[in-house]
Design a protein around this ligand. Structure first.
Ligand SMILES: [Zn+2]
Length: 212
């Protein structure tokens, strides 16, 4: 995949122009494709989802927003780039349920916040045959011959494959913590991450082996 190359962007741009995608959204999709490293179908759908969620909330990306994403694939990047809910600023939570859905809310002083959940609606996707095949991970979907048509259907559908519901989410207060030195490795970690007196790397979360 070569999403960073200008020729590819021109192709993407042409497809968006052909479908009269608003300028504002075109810009966001281009930024998103650079961030994601290529214009994956999932990030384009994600751009429409986040754009829709912000409009439903009556907010804009300049406001402090919190997002939940129900899949780790593609969709988190749309929340990161467009809504500025990022893993690093702790305003993005990924709940790996495996649904193409997001929930967005503005910051709230209360224990709960009113949020909007936007999701890909299976009853609506049926009218887009290639999109339907791709979305259901059907073996009949062939990315080599159907990729252009898939993108075409995504742009032609826009919000038409989405539905939303109003929901309430818990506001998660920032954790207070103390620094603790792990007796196993001598490195420090927050106290709430210590398990059985040790840090994760000295326990079940070890993901590397020392080679020197
Ligand atoms: Zn340790």
């Amino acid at each position: 995949m070569t999403g960073m190359q200008p020729s590819h962007d021109e192709h993407l741009q042409a497809a968006m122009n052909a479908h009269h995608i608003p300028r504002r959204l075109q810009q966001r999709i281009l930024e998103l494709s650079v961030f994601h490293t290529y214009a994956a179908p999932g990030i384009i759908i994600g751009a429409f989802m986040v754009d829709y969620a912000l409009e439903l909330l009556g907010t804009d990306p300049g406001q402090k927003l919190y997002g939940v994403c129900e899949t780790p694939k593609c969709l988190p990047d749309a929340l990161q780039v467009i809504a500025r809910c990022t893993i690093g600023n702790n305003r993005l939570r990924i709940v790996p349920i495996g649904k193409f859905a997001i929930t967005v809310n503005a910051s709230s002083e209360k224990e709960t916040a009113e949020a909007v959940r936007v999701f890909v609606d299976l009853t609506k996707i049926k009218q887009y045959p290639v999109l339907d095949l791709w979305y259901s991970n059907s073996p009949d979907y062939d990315k080599h011959t159907m990729g252009d048509r898939l993108r075409d259907e995504i742009f032609s559908a826009g919000r038409n494959i989405l539905s939303f519901e109003k929901v309430r989410v818990e506001v998660r207060p920032k954790k207070k913590w103390k620094s603790v030195t792990c007796p196993g490795c001598g490195e420090t970690v927050p106290d709430y991450l210590v398990v059985d007196g040790r840090c994760g790397a000295c326990g079940s979360m070890k993901y590397y082996q020392s080679i020197s």
